[in-house]
Design a protein around this ligand. Structure first.
Ligand code: BGC
Length: 441
């Protein structure tokens, strides 16, 4: 693919998140988050890793932004660490935390890079979790207060706002299966956490607009769901999984409704929040990695589906099947289902992990990532040709980083990080993307 295959004003960039790169977890007044607590709990993170230092981006942000400029990126999606700005969840505000993002945004603007600001990438302040976290409706109101604080400081310069990253992952991994912080294992009892995150989103949209935000959207993780089997029971199982992974997160914000089959699991009075949740958006951000397979549940399963692996495709070292056409499939189906009211779409994350170690000459030859990105751009172009209004594409991620419960082994960066020395080395994919953005590919 070539840059010229996309509209001239198409937005190109990269994404990161605070907890995965910043480190400095105890500096300048930052309070603990659920992920600090989770990392400190034995057995939760591969190799017992934590993100106390991660990529040390809190201290190295200026040189990291130079890497971004060197790439020719037009946008940078970062997240603000809620516990850095509001260590207790809302007031009091920690000025030093807010100052960090103020400097970052200033520098981005000076470099001609559009700041795309996520307010929440899973790092709930621990005091809020102690009060029930996302199972407590009050958390949504604390989030709105925090959104107003950050909005008041940065809305004059931030180009796009994303209140919450992937409420699906937070709900299902954080509260249903416990694979991620805060490690609750409530299965369908987790669904109120989704409703309260939606309310937080809706209230934050209002707070950000009141602060003068230019554009507000989402970053929802989506996957086409494939029934792996032909029986009606396999298809029914795929339907429930689709409701749980996709429609539970797209429909409240886009259509003002929840999927019918999940209504029994929602908290009382959920419908009253829908008008706030469905406030009009300027864009719909989609994070795409892979399709999900579903089949009829095995006898005795506590869930209404099995999750068989998708076979027949190459896999990343994070064990994701590589299925670029799943991106086209999902976007086209979303556009068909939602219709012309679907706001412009941005791919707010897409990328892959690899082992990505330097060779004897220090070069990181990650052809697998170049092939991955190229194939996904082709699928994106096909979705656009089929009528989906896509306006931008952000690669996950700029740097190798802390990959949540998998620790540091899956490397997602365009830039390699040697965690012992904190040395950054652009991989071949970084050079490829720079050539692409400069029109040389
Ligand atoms: C998340 C990132 C994560 C990436 C790769 C996304 O779901 O937003 O934080 O690193 O997937 O697994």
């Amino acid at each position: 693919m070539r840059r010229a295959d996309f509209p001239q004003d198409f937005l190109w960039g990269v994404s990161t998140s605070a907890f995965q790169i910043e480190g400095a977890v105890r500096e300048d007044g930052r309070g603990p988050s659920v992920w600090d607590t989770f990392c400190a709990t034995p057995g939760k993170i591969a190799d017992g890793a934590n993100a106390d230092i991660a990529c040390d981006h809190y201290h190295r942000w200026e040189s990291d932004l130079e890497l971004l400029s060197g790439l020719g990126a037009g946008a940078y999606r970062f997240s603000v660490a809620w516990p850095r700005v509001c260590p207790q969840g809302a007031a009091p505000v920690n000025a030093a935390g807010l100052d960090f993002y103020d400097r970052l945004v200033d520098r981005l603007c000076a470099a001609g890079i559009e700041p795309v600001c996520t307010l929440y990438h899973w790092d709930t302040p621990q005091p809020l979790e102690d009060a029930g976290g996302w199972l407590n409706r009050e958390t949504a109101y604390r989030f709105a207060e925090y959104a107003a604080v950050v909005g008041a400081r940065l809305a004059d310069r931030v180009g796009k706002w994303i209140p919450l990253n992937e409420p699906m992952v937070e709900t299902l991994y954080g509260y249903a299966t416990g694979e991620y912080a805060p490690g609750r294992t409530l299965l369908f009892g987790a669904l109120p956490a989704a409703c309260h995150q939606h309310l937080a989103h809706g209230l934050a949209v209002g707070a950000l607009r009141a602060a003068g935000a230019r554009a507000v959207g989402t970053a929802n993780n989506h996957s086409p769901i494939w029934a792996l089997g032909d029986s009606p029971a396999d298809h029914a199982a795929a339907g429930v999984l689709d409701a749980l992974i996709n429609r539970l997160f797209s429909d409240p914000v886009l259509l003002g409704s929840y999927p019918e089959e999940l209504l029994p699991y929602l908290p009382e009075g959920y419908a009253e929040d829908l008008p706030v949740i469905a406030a009009p958006l300027d864009f719909y951000g989609v994070n795409y990695y892979e399709p999900q397979g579903a089949a009829a549940p095995s006898p005795g399963s506590p869930l209404p589906f099995d999750l068989p692996p998708i076979e027949g495709y190459p896999r990343t070292n994070n064990d994701s099947p590589i299925v670029p056409d799943g991106l086209r499939e999902f976007l086209v189906a979303l556009r068909e289902r939602v219709g012309p009211t679907l706001p412009p779409v941005y791919l707010t994350e897409n990328g892959c992990s690899g082992v990505d170690e330097p060779d004897a000459d220090g070069r990181i030859a990650d052809e697998h990532r170049i092939a991955f990105l190229d194939a996904h751009l082709r699928a994106l172009r096909e979705a656009m040709d089929a009528g989906v209004d896509v306006r931008g594409y952000l690669v996950w991620s700029l740097l190798d980083n802390f990959e949540w419960s998998k620790g540091y082994a899956p490397r997602f960066g365009l830039v390699h990080v040697d965690y012992a020395s904190q040395r950054r080395t652009p991989k071949d994919s970084y050079h490829w993307l720079r050539g692409f953005l400069g029109g040389r590919e």
